[in-house]
Ligand binder design. Structure first.
Ligand code: FAD
Length: 401
């Protein structure tokens, strides 16, 4: 199997890198280099710049404003965007609801929601998980009862990322409690977050940020026109969406960016009177992570090239579970490395003080070292399907056990 990039792919990577360099606003780039998560307005601003270039609809067909890129091109774009570092495209808008509406939506739903999702006129969130329904999603209980031309929704969701700033939510609800199989009684609704009866309660995560929420529904009405696909067939939609969610989940560009930041810092800090980068134990640790990153990169391109050769058709490759497991392990390893290299300078207090003192960027960039992303990414082995569940998939589908 030939794993080399074609000349066109090499030229494409160069084009993407140059565009990002020339167009990513300096203030956003600066915040990202300090290891901060992008703010909502950063993501919106950057996604609109990409949309104007025709690069926001990553896996959307051209007729809906998408890029029409091959899987390899998409991966090149994601890697360059993460490594820049630039805010990532809104996954709820671009990877989830967009492809879902393109596949299952009515013409009216496509017309109304797709252009607004592309430019984040609407910020979407994902209302799937509930207390007691995470890995076992089919046991969800939030109920929607049809009354005339609307559904009345009652129940609770949890871990709903960015619900507090979202305009719309795509929601899995139970519409038939007596279905033969639990999966057969579920529907997929589009919910305007301004509808009366919705309460959003924050969950503050270990990094101190407000990203997660509980969402409560008390007789919330949803017009029947906002049902996607058919009533009680929402599981088909959810499966399709979760398959898409795993594409690009390895986030190798982000790991690479954290590795580069660690090496930069290790050239500046001393260990036993010598730059840390010359320390044998440090070099061994770096080498092991880099070997793992290379192996993951090759696996990723193998999966994608197989997908492209099949004309982009077919079910998600079970090997994409390897990408999730190894990708998230590497995200954790590289963010941990950055923190270890920075030592006490990784503490947020140190970073704030340096910022207040207007210290030169090189020190500040090393010092903050992304303590926020280090802490937040502890969750990466949980969200998007936990790594234990991915290993179950691999055991069955790849090892045949
Ligand atoms: C940061 C973050 C953001 C999130 N954002 C969203 C969001 O926007 N929208 C949304 O709907 N959800 C979101 N989630 C929820 C996420 O999808 C769930 O946390 C995840 O599916 C796991 O479900 P759970 O938390 O209920 O854990 P459980 O399913 O209760 O699992 C608990 C533990 O048991 C293990 N386990 C469970 N079943 C098995 C099994 N069969 N075999 C082996 N081990 C098993 C799990 O791996 C885990 O370690 C988010 C979660 C996090 C952490």
């Amino acid at each position: 199997m030939d794993l080399r990039f074609t000349p066109e792919e090499i030229a494409f990577r160069e084009e993407v890198r140059t565009f990002i360099k020339e167009n990513l606003p300096a203030d956003i780039h600066h915040r990202m280099k300090l290891g901060h998560s992008p703010r909502k307005e950063d993501t919106v601003r950057w996604q609109r710049i990409l949309a104007a270039k025709g690069w926001a609809g990553l896996s959307w067909p051209k007729e809906h404003g998408g890029t029409g890129w091959s899987a390899i091109q998409k991966m090149i774009f994601l890697e360059e965007n993460q490594a820049a570092p630039a805010p990532e495209l809104s996954s709820f808008n671009i990877t989830m609801i967009g492809p879902v509406l393109i596949q299952f939506g009515t013409e009216a739903q496509k017309k109304r929601f797709l252009p607004r999702a592309l430019t984040i006129e609407d910020w979407w969130c994902q209302g799937f998980s509930e207390p007691g329904a995470g890995s076992d999603l089919a046991s969800l209980k939030t109920a929607a009862k049809r009354e005339g031309d609307q559904y009345i929704v009652n129940g609770q969701k949890i871990w709903t990322s960015t619900a507090h700033v979202a305009d719309w939510c795509f929601l899995l609800v139970r519409t038939d409690a007596n279905a033969r199989k639990r999966q057969e009684g579920i529907s997929f609704l589009l919910l305007d977050m301004k509808t009366p009866g919705i309460t959003v309660r924050p969950i503050i995560s270990i990094d101190g940020s407000h990203h997660l929420n509980e969402v409560f529904f008390d007789n919330v009405t949803v017009p029947v026109e906002n049902l996607v696909h058919q009533e009680n067939r929402g599981w088909d939609v959810a499966k399709f969406l979760l398959g898409n969610e795993r594409t690009g989940i390895a986030r190798l560009g982000k790991s690479r960016e954290r590795m580069d930041a660690s090496l930069d810092m290790a050239r500046k800090v001393n260990q036993n009177g010598r730059p840390l980068v010359e320390d044998a134990d440090f070099r061994r640790r770096v080498a092991q992570i880099q070997v793992d990153m290379k192996a993951l990169e090759i696996t990723q391109y193998r999966v994608l090239s197989k997908h492209d050769k099949a004309g982009g058709e077919g079910k998600p490759d079970p090997l994409s579970s390897v990408l999730k497991v190894k990708g998230t392990e590497l995200l954790q390893a590289t963010t941990e490395l950055a923190i270890d290299v920075s030592g006490p300078m990784a503490t947020p207090i140190w970073a704030q003080e340096l910022e207040a003192m207007n210290q030169p960027d090189d020190l500040l960039e090393g010092s903050s070292a992304g303590v926020g992303s280090y802490l937040f990414l502890r969750a990466s082995t949980i969200y998007g399907g936990t790594n234990e569940i991915q290993k179950n998939i691999l055991t069955k589908a790849v090892l045949g056990l």
